[in-house]
Design a protein around this ligand. Structure first.
Ligand SMILES: [Zn+2]
Length: 195
């Protein structure tokens, strides 16, 4: 029987990060979410574009700048075309660009709802998620989080790269090794590699 079982998980976050911003309509700091639509305005040879967000309390609008007074000739026509067409892939990429959101200041909330598929030949975590590693492992291996933590503390479960922590968020490139021959793992996992 092989001692090494490799299962690649693709983790696709479902809810885009939501920034907290002062709402000009209902007042106070509010969470904003995007419906995945952009607005583009060409003024002469300059282009502005925004991703539209709505206040989760009052539905007021926040236009998140994507392009600001950018010379038309400096913009990749394919990118501009995708913006104008609200291309779903581009909208998703912009919506999940948490670093760009953070540069606008204020808190950005991440969510932990994901769809997990196995053995897909693509990136494992293509966008940032708030999902904790111990919760992902618990859900997908059908174990309690305390069992996951016990396996790790006894060395039967190893997370890399070094410094990765079970209570931290799942990141692209993480690897989890489980020693199925260890006494702690025995009995928890089936011996056939179908899980
Ligand atoms: Zn509001």
């Amino acid at each position: 029987m092989s001692q090494v079982l490799r299962v690649r998980w693709t983790i696709v976050p479902q809810t885009a990060p939501q920034p907290w911003r002062p709402c000009s309509r209902c007042g106070g700091a509010r969470r904003f979410r995007t419906g995945g639509k952009a607005r583009v305005n060409a003024n002469g040879r300059r282009v502005d574009a925004w991703l539209i967000y709505r206040c989760t309390a009052c539905d007021g609008t926040w236009n998140r700048p994507i392009l600001e007074r950018r010379p038309l000739r400096a913009i990749d026509p394919a990118f501009l075309g995708a913006l104008v067409a609200n291309d779903p892939e581009l909208m998703r990429r912009l919506a999940f660009d948490v670093e760009a959101l953070r540069r606008r200041g204020g808190r950005v909330e991440l969510f932990d709802d994901v769809v997990v598929t196995r053995d897909m030949p693509s990136e494992s975590v293509p966008a940032p998620t708030g999902l904790r590693l111990d919760r992902l492992l618990g859900n997908e291996l059908r174990l309690s989080r305390s069992v996951v933590r016990r396996l790790e503390s006894r060395g039967a479960l190893v997370v890399s790269p070094p410094g990765s922590r079970l209570h931290r968020q799942v990141r692209d490139g993480m690897e989890v090794g489980i020693d199925l021959s260890s006494p702690d793992a025995a009995g928890i996992f089936p011996t056939d590699p179908d899980f």
